[in-house]
Design a protein around this ligand. Structure first.
Ligand SMILES: CCCCCCCC(=O)SCCNC(=O)CCNC(=O)[C@H](O)C(C)(C)COP(=O)(O)OP(=O)(O)OC[C@H]1O[C@@H](n2cnc3c(N)ncnc32)[C@H](O)[C@@H]1OP(=O)(O)O
Length: 159
């Protein structure tokens, strides 16, 4: 039940991620009232969360389990509630266990005004990273129904 992409999260971001050309994805995020920071504006931390999720999705395409080691966001323009942020993210390169990603967000359309940029270092981990560090009941739920999790993370191509 991921806060960024899970349907069951009432106030979550409900992000949908799509495969793009090359090692790249796109996604959209409708900024709801629950995502407010300053009056009428998105909370910057939630925008960073969206970048984390979108760039993190690249690992499913690359089939490399990885976690966020470092994430930097440039907030270029204020983003009002009720608008949609369109994201595009891609892998810039891989060095050993380190995956270097970058992303940008544009307002109301893929060619809209650029409102934010981010770059991140993800670090490849063994799958037992999640089993070892996660709370037992959630880990067990995934182990009991691995197919559900895989389906959730499948990409829609040319929807
Ligand atoms: C679809 C799914 C979407 C998911 C999106 C959300 C993803 C997330 O938010 S994951 C949750 C947040 N992240 C975490 O919890 C990670 C917590 N941190 C860790 O577990 C560890 O620090 C971990 C795994 C990143 C690295 O630890 P470890 O495996 O011991 O590797 P370590 O040897 O320290 O580092 C490996 C390399 O990465 C580099 N590195 C690690 N962290 C950083 C960092 N913060 N900045 C720069 N470089 C770093 C190291 O310098 C090293 O480089 P080199 O190979 O050149 O020596």
């Amino acid at each position: 039940m991921c806060f960024a992409c899970g349907d069951e999260q009432a106030n979550g971001l409900h992000l949908r991620v799509f495969a793009a050309e090359g090692v790249a994805v796109t996604a959209q995020f409708e900024v709801a009232a629950a995502h407010q920071g300053a009056p009428g504006l998105i909370h910057g931390g939630l925008l960073t969360l969206a970048f984390d999720e979108v760039m993190g999705s690249l690992q499913w395409m690359m089939r490399i389990p990885a976690v966020t080691g470092r994430l930097e966001t440039d907030f270029l323009r204020p983003i009002p509630l009720g608008r949609t942020v369109h994201f595009a993210a891609r892998c810039r390169g891989v060095h050993g266990r380190k995956l270097y990603h970058c992303a940008e967000g544009r307002l109301d359309g893929p060619d809209g005004e650029p409102v934010a940029r981010a770059s991140a270092l993800f670090v490849e981990v063994r799958l037992d990273h999640f089993a070892k560090h996660g709370r037992a009941e959630e880990v067990q739920a995934v182990l009991d129904n691995p197919g559900d999790h895989r389906t959730l993370r499948a990409f829609e191509v040319n929807p």
